[in-house]
Each structure stands twice: as C-alpha cells, then as structure tokens.
Design a protein around this ligand. Structure first.
Ligand SMILES: *Cc1c(COP(=O)(O)O)cnc(C)c1O
Length: 405
C-alpha cells in the first residue's frame, strides 16, 4: 500500500485540517508535504492532450492541469468542507470569475448580492454584461426582493455572508430554498465566515468560494482562491477555469496556504475570542457610536448568526460619527497605531484596520438604489472602520486602539 493511500480514520475538524489531503511522501518518507514546483511531468505512455480527457487517476501531465502540491491543498480543503472536491485559483477574484464564466452563458441571468467584495461587485456590474449576461443586484437580507428578482433565465444566485464590509448576514437556508425553486445554482463567498464559521455543505451551497488570501492562509503571505463543491461541478470548473482560462494557483502559494489551513480551527477559536472581547470593549467606549459584530447581541441579525454560524469569525466594524470624524481618526491611526496595521485585506494573524467611507463605496462600487442605500446605512452609517482582529494579546490591541480613539 502506498503510504499516501492509507485510510484516514478520523472525524474531528482539527485532525482533518492537519492530516486531510496529505500523508508521508512515498518517495522519501518525509513527514511534511513536499513543495513540488515542476511545471511538466515525464509521460510513460503516448496520450492525447485535451482537457476533456482528464480523469481522476490520470497521470500528472502539465502544471496548468494539475500539480501535486496544489492537489494536496485541494484535497485538504475538500476534507475540511466535507465535500467531494475543490479547485484552487490564482486569487479570490479568480475564483469569482471562474464561477461566473463557467456557469453562465450569453442570455443567462445572475443575481448578485447588492453589497459584496468591491471587486466582485464591479466584475458583475461592468464585465458580465459585455458577454451578454444579465445581472440583478439584490439586498440578500430582503427575501422578498430576491424572490421578485428571479427570472426564467436565472441560472445562478451569488451571495456573501457576512457581507464585506458591512457585516450584514444572509439567511443561507432561505436563499437555498429560493434558488432551488428557481432551478438556479447557489454560490457563496464564505471568506468572512471561513470553513469553520458555517457548515456550507449542510446549508446546501453548491459552490463554496473563499479568498484563501484571508483566513485560510492566515498569515498574509500568499494570494489565492478556492472553490469547493461536488465532483461534477468542480470537474467542470477545472476544465474551464484552470485548463482553459488559466487562472491557476502557484504550487508555492498552495504549499503556504495548506500550511496555514492546518491551524485554521485553532486560529479561528482564538480569533473569535479576541474579536468578542474587542467588540464588547468598543461598545462601551464613549467615542464609538456603533459596533457591528455578528457575535454581539446588538447585531440586528444576531439570532440568524446564532442559528447558522458555528464561529463568529473576527471581522468587526465600528463608527465614530460623521465622515469628517472618520477621516480624522483614520489619519491619526495611520500615524499613531503601533501594533495594528492600517491596511486593507483581512484574516491574518496581524490585526488590520481600514476606514471605509459609505459615500465612496456606494457611488464607486455598489451603485445602490434608495432602498438599498437605506439598508447599507443601517449597518454602516456614513462610514465604518473595518477591523480584522488578529491573534495578538487582546490587552495590547485595546491599548493600541485606546491611544488613538
Ligand atoms: C478579499 C476578498 C475577495 C477577493 O480575494 P483576492 O484573494 O484578494 O482576490 C473576495 N471576496 C471577499 C469577501 C474578500 O474579502
């Protein structure tokens, strides 16, 4: 028996994150997974060269088709998500593009969350229509609005929960029901919730998408994306998105991200603990006018958070009043913060914070209607500080913030 093929008798998430998809290297007995950078593989028989000939037991052929280190990460994430297969992409945006370009064609209709990662919002709004794809943008917390946006050609509903950057939640079970009635696929950007935060398979998400750049990698040193789901859907993505469109993850990034994923369950426990303490401290601070964190009782959808989230993650937002006050504080943070980095991105071991003015985002990225703007402002007022709470000591984070707020 090849050591790689040994049976994996375990069920716990920590064991799965550490041992899933990997095993001692059969050629060297190395305990840690090797980094295999080879872009091509020596063939042992004459064969054809079409993506459609790819089978599960096909020999390694070429790095854009599959690579042992990237496949190891794909198996690991599939094991953690409890689904059949996964595909790694060059970035989270490449994962979103792969989903749209694989499962939508000319004259199809897609419904996208009206607030989402800005890159996804702009891709759906500016790029998809150029390919003859119809788009609608819906506040996914408004199920009536979602139902009335359904058309006979609706092929895909794309949600995000909690939504970046305002931390509004989407009721996945309810949206799943609407998608099923419409005969549409459901894809969900689960970057903020992480594989630990929601049981995406149980909730019926067809295409589980992550920017692996964030919590899954966890250390801020690799960009990547992941889509997990059934073998049928992932096979389709592998042919279109990887082999044809070409947006593959580099083996080195896969190696770094797999190393990060191994400790994700432990990190998410610590992340959540830190975020909860910080959110409670912020709520009591006299200069803070609002805090949003799904784990707080004050979050407008806290009940939904309790029912569908197993971990509240560590993304929170807070407000300090109007836009002017926000901008002033942002400038103070840039100069005075000593531990927390004033930077975009999220999910790293280091804490990150960034000022996000409402007007800029609504006018630049989201182009919201009046009703949608009202819902946005319910969560974000005139602007929020989006904070990705890291793994430092809570007391140090609090004193760093306390000096500037
Ligand atoms: C960062 C992010 C993305 C994009 O991922 P990249 O790896 O930066 O391309 C997509 N969705 C969400 C929710 C994100 O936070």
């Amino acid at each position: 028996m090849k050591k790689q093929d040994r049976k994996q008798h375990y069920s716990g998430i920590r064991t799965t994150a550490i041992h899933g998809g990997e095993g001692p290297d059969p050629s060297t007995n190395a305990s840690s997974p090797p980094l295999n950078m080879s872009s091509t593989f020596v063939s042992e028989e004459a064969g054809s060269f079409s993506a459609h000939d790819l089978k599960e037991d096909s020999p390694w052929l070429y790095g854009r088709w599959a690579n042992p280190t990237v496949s190891m990460l794909e198996k690991k994430i599939a094991a953690v998500e409890g689904v059949e297969d996964a595909l790694c992409t060059a970035s989270g945006m490449a994962a979103a593009t792969s989903i749209f370009m694989t499962f939508l064609s000319k004259e199809d209709h897609v419904i996208v969350s009206d607030v989402s990662y800005a890159g996804v919002a702009e891709l759906a709004r500016d790029t998809l229509p150029r390919f003859g794809i119809e788009t609608s943008f819906v506040d996914m917390s408004d199920l009536k609005a979602l139902k009335s946006a359904i058309q006979s050609n609706t092929k895909l509903i794309h949600i995000e929960t909690p939504v970046n950057p305002i931390l509004r939640l989407t009721d996945i079970k309810a949206v799943r029901k609407i998608a099923t009635e419409a005969g549409a696929l459901l894809s969900a950007d689960c970057t903020f919730s992480t594989p630990l935060g929601i049981d995406a398979k149980k909730l019926g998400i067809d295409l589980i998408m992550h920017s692996a750049t964030k919590y899954i990698c966890g250390h801020g040193d690799a960009v990547g994306g992941i889509i997990a789901g059934s073998r049928l859907l992932i096979d389709k993505l592998r042919v279109e998105a990887s082999i044809h469109h070409g947006g593959i993850m580099s083996p080195f990034n896969a190696w770094l991200i797999a190393r990060g994923l191994s400790t994700l369950p432990l990190r998410m426990e610590a992340h959540q603990q830190n975020a909860m303490k910080l959110a409670k401290w912020l709520e009591k601070h006299p200069s803070i006018t609002d805090v949003k964190y799904p784990g707080l009782k004050s979050h407008p959808q806290h009940d939904l958070a309790l029912s569908q989230m197993n971990n509240f993650s560590a993304m929170l937002s807070f407000q300090v009043g109007d836009e002017e006050k926000g901008k002033l504080l942002a400038n103070k943070m840039i100069k005075k913060l000593e531990i927390i980095h004033y930077a975009v991105s999220l999910g790293h071991h280091r804490s990150l914070i960034f000022w996000m003015p409402t007007k800029d985002l609504i006018e630049g990225s989201f182009k919201l209607s009046k009703t949608q703007t009202r819902s946005y402002k319910n969560y974000a007022g005139e602007g929020i500080f989006r904070m990705s709470v890291g793994l430092e000591d809570t007391e140090d984070l609090i004193s760093d913030l306390d000096r500037v707020i």
